[in-house]
Design a protein around this ligand. Structure first.
Ligand code: ADP
Length: 254
């Protein structure tokens, strides 16, 4: 079973003048423990894809599944619950609240839940090497440390899926590599990681690269639904093909 799947999804925007087809019959899937990078030129539909995958926006047509359950047409309340229980988000600019400490930022998604998540937040930060920075504010942390806080926050509810928007965008290569190593650790725990990126480094770490052009997937073959953790292994022809397609079509948007 896939963690997240889109079947023949169309997303059309019709606000203003001419309708825009941002996603044009897109099939997409990410398996547990798989790291998928989504690339493509500006305007190709990457943000739209991430929003639809993250239940932040609904498809105009097609089907969306989360852990095998159809989540195409949920009420706002159902969508919020599904998102909170199953999806973690990491953004390029971290989106940390400046007035909260690191541990408070990590616990923030649980703010309206019963109980106190501080201990869980602290142990997540400890796991990401920030056990001695719990009470530091974002302004007292480096870019890489802030991104690790953001990743810890995305995991506070044990999501099945982690969606990242340019996760290494503002980081130097060394820090970016460290963040990608964290993603490797996250995926090794069975989380499906999907990152929209322009960063070739992310593509190096990804098991599979999906390329979008004008809302159409032009490269990237979904791994088999029942594939084991070895989806990125050298024996998987689909993965090799996907990477090859990417390599041969890459370059325009770097
Ligand atoms: P990318 O993230 O790859 O730059 P987007 O998903 O942001 O691409 O955009 C895909 C297409 O959809 C573009 O043509 C963009 O102008 C259009 N688009 C995105 N969001 C909206 C919106 N809210 N209303 C109308 N058109 C939109």
């Amino acid at each position: 079973m896939y963690s997240l799947e889109l079947r023949d999804v169309v997303k059309r925007y019709s606000s203003g003048g001419e309708p825009v087809v941002a996603l044009d019959h897109v099939d997409f899937a990410a398996s547990p423990g798989e790291f998928v990078a989504v690339v493509g030129p500006s305007g190709s539909g990457k943000s739209t894809l991430l929003n639809v995958l993250g239940l932040l926006d609904d498809p105009t047509d097609g089907q969306r599944l989360l852990n095998g359950t159809d989540v195409t047409n949920l009420s706002v309340a159902e969508r919020t619950t599904a998102r909170k229980e199953s999806i973690g988000f990491v953004f390029q600019d971290f989106h940390l609240l400046p007035t909260l400490s690191a541990v408070e930022n990590v616990a923030l998604p649980t703010a309206f839940d019963p109980g106190d998540a501080r201990d869980r937040a602290a142990s997540l930060l400890d796991r990401f090497g920030l056990g001695d920075r719990l009470d530091h504010g974002p302004s007292e942390l480096s870019g890489g440390q802030k991104q690790r806080v953001a990743i810890a926050r995305s995991l506070i509810n044990d999501p099945a899926v982690l969606l990242a928007d340019e996760p290494t965008g503002n980081l130097d290569t060394e820090t970016g590599s460290a963040i990608l190593a964290e993603f490797e650790r996250v995926k090794s725990e069975g989380v499906a990681v999907v990152a929209v990126t322009h960063d070739p480094l992310v593509e190096e770490y990804a098991d599979r690269v999906v390329e979008l052009t004008d809302g159409v997937v032009v490269g990237g073959v979904p791994a088999e639904a029942d594939a084991d953790a070895d989806v990125g292994g050298p024996g998987d022809d689909g993965v090799d093909d996907a990477r090859r397609i990417r390599r041969s079509t890459a370059s325009g948007d770097r």
